[in-house]
Design a protein around this ligand. Sequence first.
Ligand SMILES: [Zn+2]
Length: 138
Amino acid sequence: MTKPSPDPISPGAACPCGSGRRYAECCGRWHAGPQHLAASTAEALMRSRYSAFVLGLSDYLLATWHPDTRPSGLEPNEPGLRWLGLEVRKCATQGADRATVEFVARSKLAGRAQRLHETSRFVREDGRWYYLDGEIAR
Ligand SMILES: [Zn+2]
């Protein structure tokens, strides 16, 4: 299987995570460049992972996944899947190196709206935040 190349995005474009900032000043900083993988908070990492989903950056998704729970690989986005937006509902920290982020991510597949409501757990090790796992709200 050939790997689809990530969708191009201009550094000045609005960030896919919906922060209202430019991509280069938001999630783009963590996706590549001198601050690669250095998201400063769990929320920043959460947002950058959503943007990575939107942009098809599966290497970034795997690199920010904790080694204990990281899958061996990721399926590319389903063809026709469109991510519509991210809403971060709640961020909470449990001590200095653990955090949870509750969010809703909306997408559309074949004309049908989908909604993912999840509380993700994050852990910081050696100064780097990782996604650990998540609980999906029904
Ligand atoms: Zn962003």
